[in-house]
Structure formats: C-alpha cells, structure tokens
Design a protein around this ligand. Structure first.
Ligand code: DOR
Length: 426
C-alpha cells in the first residue's frame, strides 16, 4: 500500500465494512485477522499479494460532455471509463451545452452523477458566461452549488481585467482558477505546433509563445492580486521555466500536465493523424524532456488526463477541421507508470501527483486509506502488460493516438464507498 495522504507505505491488510475502511492492519498481524474473519459470513477476501493498493486517483481535468454532447460522452460512460482507469474522482470542465455557468447546470451534473455515476464527480464552473470571456459568471452561486474550481477550459480568458476579477472572486470563495493558457491572437486558428514539421505538412502552427505569454500574464496577476492560479495542460519548456521562477518567488501557482505531453511529440501528427490533434498541441522533444524534468522536480504538481472524447465523425475529417482532444481516462495511469518503470519518478511521487496534490489544490478533503474513512482505493497490477484497444474503451470517445500501444500497469479492482468494481479481463 502506498498512501501519500497519510505518508504510509508498506504491506498491509485493509478491511472495508459497508463502504467504510474499518481497519488498516500491518502485515505481521495478518494471522489474527484472517482467523477472526473466516468465522463470519458475507466476507469477501481479496488476496492482493504482489499487487499495489493506492488511494483512488483524482483527475482534476475531465470533459464529461453532459449536458449537451451526450453523443461524445455521458456522465455514466465517462465515470465508468474513469473507474477503469483508476480514477475514483473526476472534475468535469464547464464547456458543456449549456455551459456550466449557472447553478442549475451544476445541480444537474451533480444529480446525474449521483444517479448514474460510478465515481465522485466534482463540477468546475465557468469563469465567464458562455465561456465568452466577456462577463463573469455567478461565481459565488456556482461555488455554493458545488463547483470546486473555475475554468473556461477550451477557451482562454483573454481580457486581463476579467481574469483579475475572477482571481479576486476565486480567493473570496476559496476555489482556484484553472487557466487554459492560450493567446488567441498568436495561436491564430493554428492546428498543430508551429515549427519545421507544420511547415512541411502545410498546416498552420501554434507557436509556443501563445501559451507562454498567458502563463506569464497569469503568474503576474496571481502575484499582484494574491490569488491562487492553476495552470492547465502545460505543454512547453518555456511554461515550465516561468512556473519554476514564479514558485521560487513565492507566487501561489500550481500546474498540471497530461500524459500525452510527456509521452508524445508533434511527430505523432505526421500522416495527418487527427487522433493526435489536441490543444495545446503536442510539442517537441525538448519540451517533452522539460516536462518530465518538471514532474521530477515538483514544478508540475499534477498529472491530469484532459480526457476530451469526441465522436468519430468529428475526427475522421481533414486535419484542419478535426476537433481537438484525446480520450485519456483509460490510458493515463498506465502511460504515467512508464515514468516509474523508467526510474524517472518513484511510485510514491507519481501517486502524489494523481491523488494528494490535486486534492489539496481543490480542497476536496480526500484523506486516503485510513480507518473511519469512506473506502476510496484501487488495486493495481503495475507489471501487467496489455495492449491498448480503443474499441474496448468504455468511454464513447475512441479518439486516442495510443491505440495498439503496449503498456504496463492495470487497475484490477476499485472500491468507492459501497461500490466495488472487478476490472479484471479474461
Ligand atoms: O484538446 C482539447 N480538447 N483541449 C481543450 O482545451 C479542450 C478540449 C475539449 O473540450 O475537447
């Protein structure tokens, strides 16, 4: 068991009673436990010898698409995909239809999640009405309705005064702003990273400066107005450098990246592969290496999926017309485990970025594997090799550039409250 919330690591027995962790027992006491429980009925015993137990993973950046785009994903399919990927909590972005810019939408998402969801769902409210960047949404009401953060993800907040006000409100309501950093003037409807490859492919590029200018601006706003900013999906070395310096100077900034940015480069779009079209775009090897180093040094706090499911008809079109996004929930953890298998991160460091760090940023009060807490944990075979098959995704979004990849690490059981999922495949 590795539990970064409680700084516990070791071999243990865990007893879950009616959805609540009733005992966490050090291995040398196993005998008395086994005897005690063998005598009673209704006990399911799982021998997890050789496997790992972690607190349920948290994805702080998911697109569940409901309401409005149920043909891409629903709360039901998205949360089941999350469980399959090891995520027992997801935070869903506001770019639904209608946008989650008013409490009615938040209530709808929460009610649906309660009815049909497999994992915990934490809505993220829009910063601006309709994600238009013009007028702040009712942030206080959204917070009261249950939003844990605010973001216009998919769209940047171009106007710095609006971002300033949003930061001030976010401080007042105690929920962070998650910033999609993109200067639309610079990205200018680009479709991939700007560089030699975009030139060669004849595609319009998005310069790295488009992201970095906005990371700088947000760090400056955060410094001056003393509010926390969380930078979404970091994709460039320059962004890493800005965040590093800001942290050294004591600015309240946190950051996330996604598996595709530390696994792939822009080369993945060669051949006009729309499944590798994502925003921000996949960058160069230099950026990928810097992101890996930033994860190692703790400059990037969180790994999030940016799970962005789309319908096949939105991807099987000419590259310029394809929508941005990767369906990530079912591959994110195994892709992240590559950093452990390659001795770049320790298992504990990786699990921190997928559990306690997002929990702290969002203040959602997860407390790990401890007696008296609701069961919220996963059992993982970190050595299990498997081949990604998009047709086996539970997610309706089959848009992945990782189809056919051999990965190592599979979630085999998940416990979430009274729910138990046996995820072993034949
Ligand atoms: O690739 C992306 N897809 N990036 C975003 O910022 C939004 C997302 C989506 O909603 O499809």
């Amino acid at each position: 068991m590795i539990d970064p919330y409680n700084n516990k690591e070791g071999v243990a027995d865990i007893v879950i009673n009616n959805g609540v962790i009733s005992q966490v027992i050090i291995k040398n006491k196993i005998k008395s436990l086994t005897r005690k429980f063998n005598s009673s009925n209704n006990i399911v015993e799982i021998d997890a010898k050789g496997f790992h137990v972690f607190p349920g993973l948290i994805d702080m950046h998911t697109h569940l698409r409901e309401p409005g785009y149920e043909y891409k994903e629903t709360i039901s399919t998205g949360t089941l995909a999350a469980i399959k990927g090891g995520f027992t909590s997801v935070c869903c972005m506001a770019n639904t239809n209608p946008v989650n810019d008013n409490p009615e939408v938040t209530y709808y998402i929460l009610a649906k999640a309660k009815e049909e969801g497999s994992c915990d769902v934490y809505p993220i409210g829009a910063i601006t009405k309709g994600l238009k960047g013009e007028e702040l949404s009712e942030m206080v009401m959204l917070r009261e309705a249950g939003c844990v953060a605010f973001s216009d993800d998919g769209m940047p907040v171009m106007n710095p005064l609006i971002m300033r006000r949003a930061l001030e409100y976010s401080k007042a309501v105690g929920a962070p702003i998650i910033s999609h950093c993109e200067d639309l003037c610079l990205s200018e409807n680009g479709v991939m990273n700007e560089g030699k490859l975009s030139f060669y492919l004849g595609l319009k590029g998005i310069p790295k400066a488009s992201e970095e200018i906005m990371v700088s601006r947000d760090v400056i706003l955060s410094r001056h107005f003393k509010a926390t900013i969380h930078i979404a999906h970091v994709s460039t070395k320059g962004s890493v450098e800005i965040i590093k310096r800001a942290k050294e100077e004591g600015v309240s900034v946190t950051a996330e990246t996604c598996p595709h940015y530390f696994t792939l480069t822009e080369d993945a779009v060669s051949g006009y592969n729309t499944d590798a079209k994502v925003n921000p775009p996949l960058r160069t090897n230099e950026d990928k290496e810097a992101i890996i180093e930033a994860l190692k040094e703790g400059i990037i706090d969180v790994i999030a999926t940016d799970h962005a499911p789309h319908h096949i008809d939105e991807k099987k079109v000419p590259f310029n017309e394809a929508l941005n996004g990767i369906s990530g929930l079912e591959t994110a953890f195994a892709l992240s485990l590559r950093l452990v298998h390659e001795n770049i991160l320790t298992l504990k460091q990786l699990i921190e970025k997928l559990t306690v760090n997002p929990s702290k940023i969002l203040k959602i009060g997860k407390d790990g594997i401890r007696e008296g807490s609701e069961s919220d944990l996963i059992v993982v075979d970190i050595k299990k090799e498997w081949i990604v098959d998009k047709n086996k995704f539970v997610s309706l979004g089959k848009n992945t550039p990782f189809d056919g990849w051999k990965l190592k690490g599979k979630v085999i059981f998940a416990f979430k409250g009274k729910k138990f999922f046996d995820l072993r495949e034949e």
